[in-house]
Every structure is written in structure tokens, then in C-alpha cells.
Ligand binder design. Sequence first.
Ligand SMILES: NC(=O)C1=CN([C@@H]2O[C@H](COP(=O)(O)OP(=O)(O)OC[C@H]3O[C@@H](n4cnc5c(N)ncnc54)[C@H](O)[C@@H]3O)[C@@H](O)[C@H]2O)C=CC1
Ligand SMILES: CC(C)CCC[C@@H](C)[C@H]1CC[C@H]2[C@@H]3[C@H](O)CC4=CC(=O)CC[C@]4(C)[C@H]3CC[C@]12C
Length: 369
Amino acid sequence: MADFAQAQKLVYLVTGGCGFLGEHVVRMLLQREPRLRELRIFDLHLGSWLEELKTGTVQVTAIQGDVTQADEVAAAMAGAHVVIHTAGLVDVFGRASPETIHEVNVQGTQNVIEACVQTGTQFLVYTSSMEVVGPNIKGHPFYRGNEDTPYEAVHRHPYPCSKALAEQLVLEANGREVHGGLPLVTCALRPTGIYGEGHQIMRDIYHQGLRLGGRLFRAIPASVEHGRVYVGNVAWMHVLVARELEQRAALMGGQVYFCYDKSPYKSYEDFNMEFLGPCGLRLVGTRPLLPYWLLMLLAVLNALLQWLLRPLLLYAPLLNPYTLAMANTTFTVSTNKAQRHFGYEPLFSWEESRTRTILWMQAKDSVAQ
Ligand SMILES: NC(=O)C1=CN([C@@H]2O[C@H](COP(=O)(O)OP(=O)(O)OC[C@H]3O[C@@H](n4cnc5c(N)ncnc54)[C@H](O)[C@@H]3O)[C@@H](O)[C@H]2O)C=CC1
Ligand SMILES: CC(C)CCC[C@@H](C)[C@H]1CC[C@H]2[C@@H]3[C@H](O)CC4=CC(=O)CC[C@]4(C)[C@H]3CC[C@]12C
């Protein structure tokens, strides 16, 4: 018992710990990081599920706070050894203003870095995104590329712009001296499209299908591959990186890693059908029902409507010119950098990831009815 207590010495802080990915990171840390003494969960909105975590041997501290407030971040971080920064504004639908997206994703990340320096927190793991690379505005395919694949990364949309800037800040901060004189060690993880338990967009698409009488109509050619990764494996990568950063600082510091697993390469819609199919939905058509130009016209109309209606209400449908371009451009990853640098292997097989996601969809479905 004394040995166990001695081994529990680390304090971790997870920003955005109540979000879709953040919750999985929090639960994974509690399950798979035996050296944890205290886990701080920092989020703008705290979930009631946190209460159930407070019964174990690890001290779980919930902190309601805002990453855009430097003093709140620094106060939460005092005495922490590792910070996993997943908090972010994920908005490609025009819900938030570009200024707000920048403030949360870029200024919020800068505040996390400065808090590390100020408080002496030496290890920072940042949740970046595939969107830092692409797809770019020219619609160039990125076909099973890796971290070194040359690609023209050009963005205009506020979300990828903010993620790219924030990632750059994190990587440039690697090696900065933190309070106490030691060097800050940082790295960035770039998930592709994350799926799994808690994935709100999947639920939105499911409900859209229900409204259409149990059908979805193919909009994207089946040949367009879209990278996807299971949330449990993304969480596991975060836990492993955080664990290995100290021992392998020279190798991993300042590095980026795509998040990957054994999920199959498919189009966005065909991939979703792996889960929506068993929930009773059908994807109609082997080819897109509407030509691309017509879909783009609808997407532009949606954007126009959003702008016109903004003074009255928030109109933010899934289809807009940006999301259409995203879904319609091949972007997939094939790499083993995480395996080579820190021994990552996916914790969940594709079959397990699929089953877990289906069970969650079905359970949610029965609660909703
Ligand atoms: N969902 C996806 O497919 C992907 C997500 N990512 C990145 O993963 C991270 C997590 O994303 P998700 O879990 O999907 O999003 P999410 O929206 O479910 O979670 C984000 C969390 O951050 C919190 N948050 C937002 N603004 C905050 C603020 N000002 N201060 C403190 N907390 C704040 C939210 O309350 C939320 O709990 C984000 O950084 C996102 O950019 C990267 C690649 C793919
Ligand atoms: C028929 C329509 C055109 C289908 C619309 C699908 C879109 C809503 C989604 C297609 C691609 C998704 C994005 C992608 O998986 C990469 C992402 C990375 C992130 O960091 C955040 C989420 C997202 C932008 C994701 C959002 C939904 C899509 C645009």
C-alpha cells in the first residue's frame, strides 16, 4: 500500500477535459496512468459525470475556467507536472465568430504555454488537428501521407488557421526555460476526423437520416477517402505521449504526430454507415445523387442564409462550402511515426471501435425515444 502511494506522484491537468475527446482522455488517464496522484480537469463547462470519478485513489479536481483568461489557466496549473491541452473551439459551421475562434484556440494556447513557463510545468501535449495540414483550399488530395509528406498547406477558414497558428506556438515553445530552470518539452498530436462514443456530428447525421425516413442520400463519391480515427485510440496516444515525453524528450520534443489506428479508409459517408447502418439507416445511391456544382450551390445558399439570418437566429447547417470541400477531398494518413518514437499501438481494434460506437449510438437512440 505504501509503495502504491509512493508511486502515485504526478499531477496532470487536462484542459477541455469535459469535451468529446477530453472525457476519453480523462477516463483513460485514470485507467492507465498508475503514477497519477491528482487529475485536474479544466473546462468552461463541467460535466456532472465528473462526480463519479471522485471515488478512486486519484484526487480528481474539477476546475471551471476559461483558457482565454491567463490568470485562471496559471492558477489551475500551479504544481502540475503535465498539461494535456485539448480545449478548443471546434467550429466549421459558422456558429462562432472568427475572432472568438482565434481567441480560444490561439490566445488560449498561448496562455497555456505562458502558464507552463510561469508555474514550472515541464511537459505540454497539444491536441492539434489534421486540418493544420489539409485539405487545402485548392482541394489537393493527401493520399495516405505521413508527417513528412510534402503538401501545400494553405488555409482560409478560421478553424484550420487557428489550429495551425496554435500548433506553431506549441512547437516553438519547446525548449523554453520554465520556472525552476528546466526546459519545456512540447509536442502536438494531429487527429484526423475522430469518431466514437460522444461524437455529436454522428448523432446529428443520424437524426437527419431519421427525419428523411431512415435514408441518407449519397453526396460524395465513394472513391474520396477521408481519414478517421477512434476516440479511444486518440486518447490512448495522448496518455502515452504524456508518459514518454520525459524519458524521450530529445526525440519527441517539438515533434508532431498524426493520430492513426486500424480504421478502414473510406469516404466520409461510407465510413459513417458502418455505425448508422446497424442503427437502421440506409445510404441511397452508389453515386452522388446531385452533381457537385449543385451541391456547391446549395452550400453557398446555406452560407448566404446564415449571413442574412444572423441578426435573427443562428442558422448553421452541416453543409456549407467549407464542409463540402472537406468531405469531397481525399485526406488520409498512413504512418508509423508514433510507433517508432514512443511505442504506440492502437489499444482498440477496428472491430472493437466499431462495436463500441454502435452500442453507444443504439443506447443513445433508445434514450432519445
Ligand atoms: N472532433 C474531431 O474530429 C477533432 C478534434 N480535434 C481537436 O481536439 C480537441 C477536442 O475536440 P472535441 O473533443 O471534438 O471538441 P469538444 O467541443 O467536444 O471539446 C472541447 C472542449 O473544450 C472546452 N472549451 C471550449 N472553449 C473553452 C475555453 N475557452 N476554456 C476552457 N475550455 C473550453 C469545451 O467546453 C469542450 O468541453 C480540439 O482541440 C479540436 O481542435 C482535432 C482533430 C479532430
Ligand atoms: C454531405 C455533406 C457535405 C457532409 C458534411 C460532412 C462534414 C460535416 C464533415 C466532413 C469532414 C469533417 C471534418 C473532418 O473530419 C476533420 C475535422 C477535424 C477537426 O479538427 C475538427 C472536426 C473536423 C473539421 C470535421 C468536421 C465535420 C466535417 C467537416
